[in-house]
Each structure stands twice: as C-alpha cells, then as structure tokens.
Design a protein around this ligand. Structure first.
Ligand SMILES: [Zn+2]
Length: 236
C-alpha cells in the first residue's frame, strides 16, 4: 500500500516535470514564431543595403564620393555589430589619405553613451597621436593640420561640440539630420562655442544622390523610438 502511494507520488512529480518542460518549449516555439519574421525582414533589408553598397562604383564627378562610400561602409558595419548606422573617417586633405576610421559603437560590445561615430573616430585619433599640452599655447594641441572629418550623418550636439573642441576645421556630412543635427542650429550654440567655431567649415559632402540615399537608409535602420513620449514625472 505504502509502495503504491510512493509510486503514485513519483508519477505525479514526473507528470508535473513533463508539463513544465512542455510549457517551456511551447513558449520558446511561440517566441520564435512571433519574432523570426522580424529578424528575417531585418536581415533581408540589411542584405539589400549591402548589395547596393557593394555594387556602387565611385563617381568621379563628385569629389567626396570616395569618402562618402567609405563612411557608409563603416555605417553598415555598425549595424551588423548592433549599433546605429553611422560611419566617419578622417582625411588628410593634402594627400587624400584616410588617416582614421570611426563608427557608431554605442551598443557594441556593451553600452557606451559617448560612442557616436565621430566620437569613436576622435578617440582613436587623439589616443594615437597623443598631443601634449603646451602651457605657452593652448591652441597647439588643437592643431589638426589639413584634417577633414567626414561623417555619414550631420553631427549631433554632443559630437559637434567635441569636433569644435578637437580643433578640426572642416566637417563634411553625407546627409542632414533635420531632427537631431546641430550644424543647421549652429546659431543656437552657447556664445563661447559659437565663437570657438567661427573659423570652421561644416558642409554637405559632394557625393552622389545614390550614396546619400544609402546613408539615409542606414541611418533609418537605427530607431530613435527610445526618446519618444518622454514626460517629466511631476508632469511639469
Ligand atoms: Zn553624435
């Protein structure tokens, strides 16, 4: 009798385990079923973008086409790594040589709120050249002879002030960012930054319409949804 009771209890436990296992795998299957179309769609759209970039031939009619292609390639790499679709490079305008590359790495390999493409680029450049301060001339560390920063999207406020602080005089962007770009809002900079930026040039890169469209499409891959519908807790 005791033995039967023991077996029944054991069978009950087994049944419970089986039920939990079935539910667990059921949830996983439902999750995969719901999410895989989105992943497949994303992978397809990304593959299509890559195809357009790979198929693109530099158009010599546009003098910044080469660099625009370089930065969109970096933007694609950013997306592949899980970050936003923006790339940047630093060009020595006397030789035309690219001396540094940067890309958005905000989420790869872990979250770093500062790592927009232009910030990543300037970190690499400044860590490499290691300019030392000259107490006699604070502007010496900011000498960036003939360096032109090219980015796939107009710099945001954070990046624009960083670029101004770095001393770089010329910035080219492949596409404007009407919602978040700071170049078109230069007049809204605080007086110090506005004066500091007075000898700089910020302008759209001279590149083809196709490359501009690719840069927009790469940028739109990253969602800005996280910033929407923010309300202060006290409602003020
Ligand atoms: Zn930025």
């Amino acid at each position: 009798m005791e033995c039967d009771f023991y077996h029944e209890a054991q069978e009950g436990q087994e049944g419970k385990k089986e039920f939990i296992t079935t539910c667990f795998f059921g949830v996983i299957i439902i999750f995969l079923f719901c999410c895989s179309p989105a992943y497949a769609d994303r992978a397809e759209r990304l593959a299509a973008l890559e195809k357009r970039i790979t198929a693109y031939t530099i158009n010599k009619e546009y003098k910044d086409d080469t660099y625009a292609l370089v930065v969109v390639k970096s933007a694609l790499e950013s997306i592949r790594e899980g970050s936003g679709g923006i790339g940047a490079c630093l060009v020595d305008s006397t030789t035309g040589e690219i001396v540094e590359y940067g890309r958005n790495r905000q989420h790869s390999p872990y979250f770093r709120s500062d790592l927009h493409a232009e910030m990543d680029l300037l970190n690499k450049y400044e860590d490499r050249v290691k300019k030392m301060n000259d107490p006699e001339d604070f502007n010496k560390t900011r000498e960036c002879k003939n360096l032109v920063l090219v980015t796939s999207v107009e710099p945001c406020p954070m990046c624009l002030t960083r670029i101004i602080n770095s001393g770089i005089k010329t910035v080219l962007y492949v596409v404007e960012d009407k919602e978040g770009g700071m170049v078109i809002r230069l007049d809204n900079l605080p007086p110090f930054w506005k004066e500091f930026a007075a000898d700089r040039e910020f302008r759209a890169a001279d590149c083809s319409a196709e490359l501009r469209q690719i840069a927009i499409d790469l940028f739109n891959f990253s969602s800005r949804g996280f910033a929407k519908n923010r309300v202060k807790k006290d409602g003020k």
